[in-house]
Design a protein around this ligand. Structure first.
Ligand SMILES: Cc1cc2nc3c(=O)[nH]c(=O)nc-3n(C[C@H](O)[C@H](O)[C@H](O)COP(=O)(O)OP(=O)(O)OC[C@H]3O[C@@H](n4cnc5c(N)ncnc54)[C@H](O)[C@@H]3O)c2cc1C
Length: 345
């Protein structure tokens, strides 16, 4: 039997960063807002894996977003507020570069921000005071008068006069499939994402002869990024690495199992870092591989967010273009804020 839930003024599907900032602004404008997310926590691709070691220590590894940059006034103010409130830190101003076997460290650049407790702390900070229901996957949408009814996998449903989707574009496209939305839905259908395989490793000991916080690799056949993850954390955090594979390697290996991908990426990192010890690649206590099928949008929708006044439906996220820069955390935040302003109009 379907359980009907009380109607909020605005229902947001997806507690990614865009959905959460949109929800905060809409709540601030006086709307009753409800957010649903299929995962067990909030924050979406700004994600952290917690690993409990046998010796009682805990490691936190950001297998999604690695840091964020603030170019706009509101994101700068947001970063400053996060630092003041204690959930955000400036991680580093330098990312070293690997090319053709050589490592080069450029002069200080702009601040890269990351929460010291792991990136998901950003989603948790944004979700504070919001009505968010996790473990709730939306499976279909139904038009009801001027509003919407949303159906979830557990057989429940939600009525709402206004609906916002904060999901990767292919998942938005799947939900819109049976509805007459027109050109806007076609634009969603044209969005493309690169995948990414990410590997996290809690090391037995820190790397020898490497002191950089992060390394960006250019022209490597498998790897795109290596971070010494513990450099983001409080002292005492076990030494740990996050490895991100490049888009091409991730696409070629997309349907392999995590246990098949893991040794390949560990070997690749050990070779880059020259850390093969007694034949073992990066001696470690724990390692995992995570596949992001939709990691980075490549072709995006050419508007900052979308709101259809007639249908009372809209979408936001990093696959829209609120500024000319890349599809990153900052784009997600800007898109969510812009959409809240449209809904309030
Ligand atoms: C490997 C990787 C590295 C990255 N590195 C960086 C970086 O260094 N710097 C940077 O700025 N950005 C980085 N990013 C990008 C950054 O993570 C994203 O731009 C940002 O988190 C996107 O937020 P969003 O709100 O648009 O979407 P998402 O985070 O994708 O949120 C979508 C939410 O929808 C939920 N959902 C999906 N389907 C359903 C459903 N049917 N029902 C209910 N809920 C659903 C999901 O659980 C998720 O919480 C990286 C991303 C990845 C994957």
């Amino acid at each position: 039997m379907t359980a009907h839930n009380p109607a909020p003024d605005l229902l947001i599907i997806g507690a990614g960063l865009a959905g959460l900032v949109c929800a905060r602004d809409a709540l601030g404008a006086g709307l009753r807002v409800k957010v649903l997310d299929k995962s067990k926590g909030v924050s979406g691709r700004a994600a952290t894996r917690r690993i409990q070691l046998d010796d009682g220590r805990e490691a936190r590894l950001d297998h999604g977003a690695r840091f964020f940059t603030a170019r706009h006034d509101r994101t700068k103010a947001f970063a400053e507020a996060g630092i003041r409130e204690g959930w955000l830190s400036e991680w580093t101003r330098t990312v070293s570069e690997w090319q053709g076997g050589e490592i080069h460290t450029p002069a200080d650049g702009h601040p890269r921000y990351a929460p010291a407790e792991g990136f998901s702390a950003m989603g948790r900070a944004l979700a504070r005071g919001l009505d968010v229901q996790t473990n709730t996957e939306v499976t279909s949408l139904e038009r009801r008068g001027k509003g919407w009814r949303v159906h979830t996998r557990d057989g429940a449903s939600w009525e709402t006069p206004r609906l916002i989707l904060n999901l990767p574009a292919p998942q938005v496209a799947a939900l819109l499939e049976d509805h007459e939305i027109g050109d806007a839905a076609e634009a969603v259908g044209r969005v493309r994402f690169d995948p990414c395989w990410a590997v996290g490793v809690v090391l037995e000991r820190d790397l020898i002869d490497h002191t950089w916080p992060a390394l960006k690799l250019t022209g490597h056949p498998a790897l795109d990024w290596i971070a010494r993850e513990h450099t983001k954390r409080a002292s005492g955090h076990p030494p740990a690495l996050m490895l991100h594979a490049g888009a091409e390697w991730s696409r070629t290996n997309l349907e392999r199992r995590p246990d098949e991908v893991l040794p390949d990426l560990l070997d690749a990192a050990a070779e880059v870092l020259d850390q093969k010890i007694l034949g073992q690649s990066l001696p470690h206590f724990h390692a995992f591989a995570h596949r992001w099928r939709y990691a980075t949008p490549t072709a995006r929708v050419p508007e900052p967010c979308h709101w259809d006044e007639a249908l009372n439906i809209g979408w936001c996220g990093d696959w829209l273009t609120p500024d000319p820069h890349g599809p990153r955390v900052e784009a997600a935040l800007l898109s969510g804020w812009r959409l809240a302003a449209r809904v309030k109009e």
